[in-house]
Design a protein around this ligand. Sequence first.
Ligand SMILES: *[C@@H]1O[C@H](CO)[C@@H](O)[C@H](O)[C@H]1NC(C)=O
Ligand SMILES: *[C@@H]1O[C@H](CO)[C@@H](O)[C@H](O)[C@H]1NC(C)=O
Ligand SMILES: *[C@@H]1O[C@H](CO)[C@@H](O)[C@H](O)[C@H]1NC(C)=O
Ligand SMILES: *[C@@H]1O[C@H](CO)[C@@H](O)[C@H](O)[C@H]1NC(C)=O
Length: 304
Amino acid sequence: MVKRFFSAFRAMLKSLLGHTWLLPSPSLSSSVSPPSAFMALFGAQKDKAEMRIHENLDELRTDLADYIAQLSEMSVKERGVFAIALSGGSLIGLMGKLCEAPYNKTVDWAKWYIFWADERVVGKSHADSNYKLAKDGLLSKVPIVPSHVHSINDSVSAEQAASDYEFVIRQLVRTRVINVSEINDCPKFDLILLGMGPDGHVASLFPNHSVLDENNEWVTFLTDSPKPPPERITFTLPVINSASNVAVVVTGGSKSEAVHLALDDVGPACPSLPARMVRPTKGKLVWFLEKAASSKLDSAQFSE
Ligand SMILES: *[C@@H]1O[C@H](CO)[C@@H](O)[C@H](O)[C@H]1NC(C)=O
Ligand SMILES: *[C@@H]1O[C@H](CO)[C@@H](O)[C@H](O)[C@H]1NC(C)=O
Ligand SMILES: *[C@@H]1O[C@H](CO)[C@@H](O)[C@H](O)[C@H]1NC(C)=O
Ligand SMILES: *[C@@H]1O[C@H](CO)[C@@H](O)[C@H](O)[C@H]1NC(C)=O
């Protein structure tokens, strides 16, 4: 039985520039030695997680659009392309300002390559499809190149869909449409966008599920998702943690407890929350929080 007892980010938080907060580097609990796979994931954690807490959704939407547009510009300048992985849920709606002025004109959409950090194994026109959600809410409203949109094959099993998707990603790593990690041979996406469920799940990595232990595959599958639909594919933790940038976007008071458990120093009794395992090895991690979602953070007392 693998135990994932990590002492969190330290309780002390430093206030910078209004609503932007920086968390000191997380450290491992000295009382429990984690297995080496997790050392590799979380051991030498030098990067800082940044928290951006917003008074309201409108402010958050503007900041998120700015952030994505800036990363796109940087990435296109450095690599000629922007490889971005989306998720489902409320995230696409929160990205909506990208379809409006000025972003709809200023973003270099032709250089975007779109992927999904997780997908439901349903038809592309099904209401549960993350592809459909993104197509309706974003991709159909901006000049994305259709051949740059990499969605799953919806006519095969979850297992086959995961393995096909990994194959596609492997080809694009080979041609450097997606960069590659210097540490492992994992794809290094320019940006992976994640939401978080009230149970602390990210992508389709659910609490206590064996998908959390998948360290060999880039894309894995599950047929027993605790949240319907049951069949899904998902990026694994090594892929998420190899990205250049990861953003976790959380709104709503119903997620405030999970935000607390994911970010605060909750001591050795800390549950193995998937959101807590999102710790890019070299990349940058930003949490976008609506105020209600941040209300149970230890730091909430300082943000008044
Ligand atoms: C960009 O969005 C604005 C609305 O914010 C719209 O009026 C304009 O036509 C759009 N431009 C393009 C090029 O799609
Ligand atoms: C999806 O998989 C089926 C079965 O293997 C295959 O015939 C089809 O060409 C695939 N579709 C795409 C878009 O790759
Ligand atoms: C690609 O990733 C490598 C590390 O894996 C990094 O050194 C390099 O700067 C990246 N390339 C670009 C163009 O960003
Ligand atoms: C995960 O397992 C732990 C202990 O085994 C338990 O306390 C916790 O409630 C479980 N979480 C979920 C979401 O099932």
